[in-house]
Design a protein around this ligand. Structure first.
Ligand SMILES: Cc1cc2nc3c(=O)[nH]c(=O)nc-3n(C[C@H](O)[C@H](O)[C@H](O)COP(=O)(O)OP(=O)(O)OC[C@H]3O[C@@H](n4cnc5c(N)ncnc54)[C@H](O)[C@@H]3O)c2cc1C
Length: 554
């Protein structure tokens, strides 16, 4: 075994293995070692969570790592995220308001069996000349100018290597965060329990209602990541390529105490009370349950992620927020892209101080803008109207800014980051402020959302601007054009926010639908007044919002 490497990656899970592949792709001559504690291959079907990918992470896997052929052949195509609301109809799925795409989405995503995938990634690393040591547990790192010394145990023997770069991707073991005391509190305490069950759980079979059954092409509902929603929780169903199904409960402990579902028997009882159709379809197959896992307070934060002293943190060993929109792979993709770029610059002899600083600030800006999407929001998870508005808003910002930046390599272009994030008027900063404003607005509005809706279907592709934002992810822009496009999307988001506000204010206070609004200063606490320099929305935005607004406009 070699004793000296350019890059040592601690932890060979999704983050570590993909970072090794991406770095090797950029630097074919770099010597890279991955130390993975697990001895031997990963188990299929019941390995880890992180099974559902969305657009940003999918672009990374398919296009950046060039694994599209493998994904198409060996993992499942995903039919978007699918949500069932109106919890008053928990016993009749066909009556629940349903949100999800009817037709296959043009921009792909996947359901991933994590065990099969990690085994494939390990195989690819070895094929491409990356050293992967299974059964190697990192014990210590001594940071030195000449090369960091990594102590580890491999096959019952203590060993050491030196490496110019050390990357921590040890997941929740958070190796460097612990060693360097970087753990940071985060005010989001949700918990989760999950298991995998042998065979299919196809929601299409959960109702005899013919019209409901044939509304979507048979089998498409099953390929989505299904979310069952009610106050304080969501339950997921994810089909896996192994033919099995992943089932999970994610809940706010203030509403659903963790102790009510943190053991398999309790979780089944919890489903019986909260999602009876899940229980009815799972309990008779109890013996087919392959595993059961839990995580209390799973959100994670860190004081630091990248250092110009040539270390970095990627994946769950750094930051993680919430699984609601399946964003784990997105953060891994973004982290890895920034880290591999820093490594490449450093190996080319560049001073990386500025890049390290800007990349870390950008990553934290994206993370911090995302916190209000979830923080204190689980009480409104059972409100049909509020959640439809929220999900469509959250998708618009996700597709319109960070995902478009990622699919166009914008995060590694200082010119793009400077234009968008360096000044208050840059689209990136405005997007952050707007996002926080709308999350507060949704919370204020949720008090007034008292109506129970039923028996409706809503498709993101019914809304023209959402369709454009989604399809727009496939457009390729030069850096200058990209800045212009993101700024253009932020103007669209401002109009959407203003129209949302008008609809809510109209419902609560009867204010007119042509009232001009400042989207950065919206509040429903008192009756709003027209703002002189405020905005109104273009027709396409009004039409889109009208599709998702269920209260009669006064
Ligand atoms: C409830 C829940 C649901 C989720 N659902 C989704 C989802 O649908 N989609 C999504 O994209 N993300 C999801 N995520 C996030 C996703 O699980 C993580 O982003 C992803 O698994 C993290 O990968 P990782 O490589 O950082 O960590 P891991 O996959 O945990 O890998 C870390 C590796 O490091 C190894 N290791 C640990 N300590 C050492 C050591 N000292 N030395 C050497 N090796 C070591 C471990 O053996 C392990 O293999 C979810 C998370 C939660 C909590």
């Amino acid at each position: 075994m070699n004793n000296s490497f350019d890059v040592a990656i601690l932890g060979g899970g999704l983050a570590g293995l993909t970072l090794a592949l991406q770095t090797k792709q950029i630097l074919p001559n770099a010597s890279i070692v991955v130390l993975e504690r697990r001895d031997g291959g990963a188990p299929e079907a019941a390995h880890k969570v992180g099974e559902s990918t969305v657009e940003l992470g999918t672009h990374y896997i398919r296009e950046v790592l060039d694994l599209k052929d493998y994904m198409d052949e060996h993992q499942l195509p995903k039919h978007g995220l699918r949500f069932f609301f109106s919890p008053q109809h928990k016993n009749d799925i066909s009556k629940r308001v349903e949100l999800g795409p009817r037709k296959l989405l043009p921009v792909p995503s996947h359901q991933i069996d994590r065990g099969t995938f990690e085994n494939k990634l390990t195989e690819l690393c070895i094929e491409r000349g990356i050293e992967v040591l299974l059964g190697a547990k990192a014990n210590d790192v001594d940071f030195k100018d000449a090369g960091h010394k990594v102590d580890f145990n491999y096959q019952q023997e203590d060993k050491s290597i030196t490496a110019r770069w050390v990357i921590d991707s040890t997941g929740r073991a958070s190796f460097l965060k612990r060693k360097l005391g970087l753990k940071k509190d985060i005010n989001h305490a949700v918990c989760a329990a999950w298991f995998r069950i042998k065979g299919d759980l196809n929601v299409d079979d959960w109702s005899d209602n013919k019209e409901w059954n044939t509304f979507l092409e048979p089998g498409l509902r099953r390929l989505g990541t299904v979310h069952f929603m009610d106050k304080g929780y969501w339950v997921w169903l994810i089909p896996l390529a192994t033919g099995n199904t992943s089932v999970g409960i994610v809940a706010d402990p203030a509403i659903h105490p963790f102790e009510t579902y943190n053991k398999l028997d309790k979780a089944l009882e919890w489903l019986k009370v909260n999602e009876p159709l899940c229980y009815e379809n799972i309990e008779p197959r109890k013996d087919d349950i392959l595993d059961f896992k839990i995580l209390k307070h799973f959100a994670l934060n860190s004081e630091k992620l990248y250092s110009h002293d040539r270390w970095a943190i990627s994946g769950e060993s750094g930051v993680f927020l919430d699984a609601f929109y399946s964003p784990g792979t997105d953060f891994i993709s973004l982290n890895n892209t920034l880290i591999s770029d820093l490594i490449a610059r450093d190996m080319a002899g560049e001073d990386i101080t500025l890049h390290t600083d800007v990349y870390e600030k950008t990553l934290f800006a994206i993370f911090n803008n995302w916190v209000p999407l979830y923080e204190d929001k689980y009480p409104m998870w059972g409100l049909t109207q509020t959640m439809i508005l929220k999900i469509f808003w959250d998708w618009a910002i996700y597709w319109g800014v960070p995902t478009l930046l990622f699919t166009n390599d914008g995060f590694t272009k200082l010119m793009v980051l400077k234009n968008l994030f360096a000044s208050e008027n840059g689209g990136g900063q405005k997007f952050g402020r707007l996002s926080i404003q709308v999350q507060t607005l949704l919370l204020e509005w949720s008090k007034y959302d008292t109506e129970q809706f039923e028996d409706r279907y809503i498709d993101p592709f019914d809304i023209a601007y959402l369709r454009d934002l989604h399809i727009g992810l496939d457009e390729r822009y030069s850096p200058r054009e990209l800045v212009a496009k993101v700024n253009e999307n932020v103007v669209l988001l401002e109009e959407i926010a203003s129209e949302l506000f008008r609809l809510m204010s109209n419902q609560i206070y009867g204010t007119p639908m042509d009232m001009k609004v400042d989207p950065y200063a919206m509040s429903l606490k008192t009756k709003p007044m027209e703002v002189e320099n405020g905005i109104i929305a273009r027709e396409q935005v009004k039409e889109g919002l009208a599709v998702m607004w269920y209260y009669p406009v006064k």
